[in-house]
Write a protein that binds this ligand. Structure first.
Ligand code: HEC
Length: 430
């Protein structure tokens, strides 16, 4: 039980009579003094009040029975014989005791339990990329009367910038309890983050009580930039289309620690593979990461160059650092950018005699239109060897199935291989 220091107690003395004739021994009761076990109780809790009769000379008059009453039974009831006070509802009640017709009284307050925490603003610190965590225990006590039960921790509400970095585990549903807060940097970047941990109890008058958590994440100490490391490999590339997975390059010091404040631009270039790299090839790192956004590989489509497909590697370089190279990745052939363009070139002239060939729907899984003698399917996706189109271009088609295409003679191997790759990659309408 916690006594509230601010509760003012009024002990009213009521003079029932005045008798100036001298008496020996205890005289008649002129004052009733009421005292209490607890002046503040919770709903449902009890405390015993007691009363003493005093005579004119402030001497106790012993052996007398008090009769008890409450002026607000909806707040606190009192047993008329024993002085046992029971909290019923929030508020104040005047509890009176009457002895030999003289009444004294005092106030009883019925209040709710109050959640109190040892720290409402704990601050945690962490180092970005560190796998460790910062742990603090916050004590939960009852700052009101009664017993603080039904404690729980509500859903953590995160401020802007990052979430999921805090856990809150309560060790007991009844106060005194402790909530263990654990803040882990995980993937958080250096910055200050906030979160609110609500502490709840259905019996508390101040539920939820919020613990406002601050998490200061700092960059790890690092040396100057020493090397580049590709941490996200480029992938999903199609000629003339930006890679669906763009590369990310981390700047590290010589010991391999990410250099969050590195400001050296990182430049991408083709190390192996044909075609040209376009898009924003030089990127300044943010928080030590150079994040490329629109890298694209393609042929230049001039002078018959329709290349820019197949296996590629990209090299990343920056001043005074060891470069790094991506893994090998495939740049898929684009029908519209590569194949249809090739078909229209003077060297092929396919479209001059087969104007419909610019549409893959006319080729994929379609029978020949000019040679109708069962020579095959024009394009069988993922099977260039059985595609009649490819057989005509390679001049490997069966006898009786017409001439090599184009009619002027087979094109160079690399250009035929481009069409072959498009088929073997699934003959997409891309
Ligand atoms: C000068 C006109 C001409 C040019 C250029 C030409 N073709 Fe043909 N192509 C034909 C004729 C005519 C036939 C039917 C006789 C044959 O199969 O030899 C044919 C047949 C074909 C067939 C057989 C399917 C069918 O519809 O009968 C394919 C496949 C084909 N050509 C692909 C090509 C491709 C690919 C090119 C360009 C690399 C090309 N052709 C260039 C005239 C041409």
């Amino acid at each position: 039980m916690v006594r509230r220091a601010l509760v003012a107690l009024t002990v009213a003395a009521v003079a029932a009579c005045y008798n100036d004739s001298p008496e020996i021994g205890p005289g008649a009761v002129v004052t009733v003094r009421v005292s209490f076990g607890d002046s503040v109780v919770a709903v449902g809790d009890t405390t015993t009040f007691s009363a003493q009769g005093l005579d004119q000379s402030q001497a106790f008059v012993v052996g007398l029975q008090a009769t008890w009453a409450s002026d607000a039974p909806n707040v606190a009831t009192v047993d008329p014989n024993t002085g046992l006070v029971t909290g019923v509802g929030l508020g104040d009640a005047t509890i009176s005791a009457t002895i030999e017709g003289v009444t004294g009284s005092t106030a009883a307050t019925v209040a709710s339990q109050q959640i109190a925490v040892s720290d409402t603003n704990p601050t945690f610190t962490g180092v970005a990329t560190d796998t460790g965590s910062d742990v603090q225990a916050v004590a939960i006590t009852n700052a009101g009367p009664g017993t603080l039960t039904g404690l729980s921790v509500g859903t953590i509400q995160y401020g802007t910038g990052g979430s999921g970095w805090l856990t809150a585990i309560l060790d007991s549903t009844t106060a005194p309890a402790s909530v263990t807060l654990t803040a882990a940097p995980g993937t958080l970047l250096p910055a200050t983050y906030t979160a609110i941990v609500p502490v709840l109890s259905s019996v508390a008058g101040n539920s939820p009580l919020n613990i406002d958590v601050t998490f200061v994440v700092i960059a790890p100490p690092s040396g100057p930039p020493g090397r580049l490391v590709v941490i996200t490999e480029p992938a999903g590339a199609t000629s003339n289309v930006a890679f669906t997975t763009q590369p990310v390059v981390e700047v590290q010091d010589a010991a391999g620690v990410r250099v969050f404040n590195a400001a050296i631009p990182v430049t991408a270039s083709i190390l192996t593979g044909n075609g040209t790299l376009v898009g924003t090839a030089t990127v300044t790192p943010v928080n030590g990461h150079a994040v490329f956004t629109n890298l694209t590989i393609r042929g230049v489509q001039s002078g018959g160059d329709t290349l820019g497909f197949g296996a590629h590697e990209i090299e990343f370089t920056a001043t005074a650092t060891d470069p790094d190279t991506s893994g090998s990745f495939n740049v898929a052939v684009s029908f519209s950018y590569n194949v249809a363009y090739l078909f229209g070139l003077p060297a092929a002239s396919c479209l001059a005699c087969h104007s419909t060939f610019a549409d893959p729907a006319v080729l994929v899984n379609q029978p020949p239109t000019l040679n109708t003698t069962g020579c095959g399917t024009l394009v069988v996706p993922s099977s260039s060897a059985t595609s009649f189109l490819m057989q005509k271009m390679d001049n490997t088609h069966a006898g009786g199935c017409g001439a090599v295409m184009p009619t002027s003679g087979s094109m160079v191997q690399t250009l035929r291989d481009m069409v072959r790759s498009w088929i073997d990659e699934g003959a997409a309408n891309n």
